[in-house]
Design a protein around this ligand. Structure first.
Ligand SMILES: Nc1ncnc2c1ncn2[C@@H]1O[C@H](COP(=O)(O)OP(=O)(O)OP(=O)(O)O)[C@@H](O)[C@H]1O
Ligand SMILES: [Mg+2]
Length: 270
């Protein structure tokens, strides 16, 4: 199978005050075309920093060190100039979906105008409008014409997250990187978003890198999982293999904690 994303020895060290945090410290992760791969790990293990580095969406942080390669279809995204990066983003590459949709939507503009902007210049005005509606339907927002006329605050949390996924699909990405895509949502809405992601992967062939500290979410969606701890990958395995015979003690404790949470009497954790 051809690797869509082949990240090799990615290191991202951050300067935080007078400390250096080795947020990502030599990570190798591969996502093949059409595959759904998970990154599991506790808070602070470096998942988001890795995802932002390989999609070149680093927030304003002071880098102490950045190295390694993130080969997307063989081309190193980490070494790419701005022009090449823009061209790659515009069509058929990767998109990212974040945890809190509200901070990634413009509150003062209707969903329709934000989506149309994401679709241009590839589509003309009428084409962009039709395509925006089609993308909303694709993520399960059937009443697309109405949703296009709403402002972000007029949508429920689940609708917002799905609108953001629809927007991320505008450049027809081959890889969708979803960072904690359901964390901010309540349980029933989480299921709808998981279904949406699953459909995009299984029916539309969009490869996915799903990042979460939630074992259940990763198990629902992914075929293969990497477990991160302290900026490193401590285990990588098929999802069934991971459950049946975790090799790393940290993975074992993660699974055990997940099982406890699923016992009757516990609320399912987000
Ligand atoms: N902008 C930042 N400023 C300072 N430290 C940061 C920043 N971003 C990440 N870090 C540090 O880098 C390390 C990795 O953080 P990261 O957010 O990548 O972890 P994570 O696995 O995504 O955690 P979570 O599950 O909480 O989202 C942590 O020690 C974190 O404190
Ligand atoms: Mg994170």
């Amino acid at each position: 199978m051809a690797a869509l994303l082949d990240a090799r020895q990615v290191k991202v060290h951050l300067r935080v005050g007078d400390r250096i945090v080795r947020a990502v410290d030599g990570v190798d992760i591969i996502v093949n075309a059409g595959e759904c791969v998970g990154i599991l790990g506790e808070s602070g293990s470096g998942k988001t920093t890795f995802a932002r580095a390989v999609t070149r969406l680093m927030p304003n942080v002071e880098l102490a060190h950045l190295s390694g390669q993130a080969l997307f279809e063989g081309r190193d995204v980490l070494a790419m100039g701005d022009g090449d990066l823009r061209r790659l983003r515009r069509h058929g590459s990767f998109s990212m979906v974040f945890q809190d949709p509200l901070s990634h939507l413009n509150p003062t503009r209707k969903i329709g105008s934000q989506m149309e902007e994401a679709l241009r210049p590839a589509w003309d005005r009428r084409g962009a409008k039709a395509r925006a509606a089609e993308l909303l339907r694709q993520v399960g927002l059937g009443d697309a014409e109405r949703v296009l006329r709403l402002y972000p605050h007029e949508l429920s949390g689940g609708m917002r997250q799905r609108a953001l996924i629809a927007m991320a699909l505008a450049p027809e990405p081959k890889l969708l990187v979803a960072d904690e895509p359901t964390t901010a949502l309540d349980a029933t809405v989480q299921i709808q978003v998981i279904e949406t992601l699953r459909r995009l992967n299984r029916e539309n062939g969009v490869a996915m890198l799903v990042i979460s500290h939630n074992l259940g979410l990763v198990a629902e969606l992914c075929d293969r999982v990497y477990v991160m701890y302290g900026g490193k990958v401590v285990e990588s395995a098929g999802i069934i293999e991971l459950f049946e015979a975790p090799k790393d003690p940290y993975t074992a404790s993660l699974i055990e904690a997940g099982r406890r949470l699923l016992q009757p009497g516990y609320e399912v954790a987000s």
